[in-house]
Design a protein around this ligand. Structure first.
Ligand code: S3P
Length: 186
């Protein structure tokens, strides 16, 4: 039932103490929900990259896009990620849907930790991303569904650079169990 594909996993990676786990995936793929639960199971701290950015700027993401534009947001996202990557704590980090698709962010995450792409099909995303969820996401709030799906398709090649690709469409408990197994934690 579960589609679990290991794209890349160095033989010795699971025996290393992985300090940072980065969650990748399109908007609505469940990164924050799963991230909080995974962090608590591992005894790691949970960080939401968007929330760190919002705290830093003292503005919500839509406001940052409105007032400063996407380019500014992407730079901020990159520098915030670099700071997090340098932190000496055990962290589960939920990234933004665009994070692995810009600059050297994907390489940076893959070099400083373990990346997991939470894959969700267009059909499941359509159910999850209702008008309310889209409204809070400046990048897609004014787009038709077809244009959102174009973005989804374009991003696949970036997301596929993750160390582990796993479906996150069904029972979160099962997804977490598979991740913990792959990390050698159970
Ligand atoms: C974005 C996704 C958002 C947020 C920003 C841009 C994107 O995060 O970082 O609105 O480019 O896909 P979520 O994936 O948590 O919604």
């Amino acid at each position: 039932m579960y589609f679990v594909e290991i794209k890349f996993m160095k033989e010795n990676l699971i025996s290393l103490d992985i300090q940072r786990i980065y969650l990748w995936g399109f908007m609505g793929s469940g990164k924050s929900t799963l991230g909080k639960e995974l962090a608590s199971r591992l005894g790691y701290q949970f960080l939401d990259l968007d929330e760190v950015i919002e705290d830093k700027e003292e503005m919500k993401i839509p406001e940052i896009f409105n007032k400063r534009g996407e380019e500014y947001f992407r730079r901020l996202e990159q520098s915030t990620l670099q700071q997090i990557a340098g932190r000496n704590e055990s962290l589960v980090i939920s990234t933004g849907g665009g994070t692995p698709c810009y600059f050297n962010n994907a390489e940076n995450m893959n070099a400083s930790g373990f990346s997991i792409y939470l894959k969700v099909s267009p059909k499941a995303l359509r159910k999850r991303l209702k008008a309310k969820e889209l409204k809070s996401r400046p990048l897609v709030k004014d787009l038709e569904w077809a244009a959102i799906m174009d973005l989804y398709e374009k991003r696949q090649s970036f997301y596929e650079n993750a160390h582990l690709i796993i479906s996150n469409e069904h029972d979160i408990e099962e997804t977490i169990k598979v991740i913990l197994e792959k990390l050698g934690k159970i």
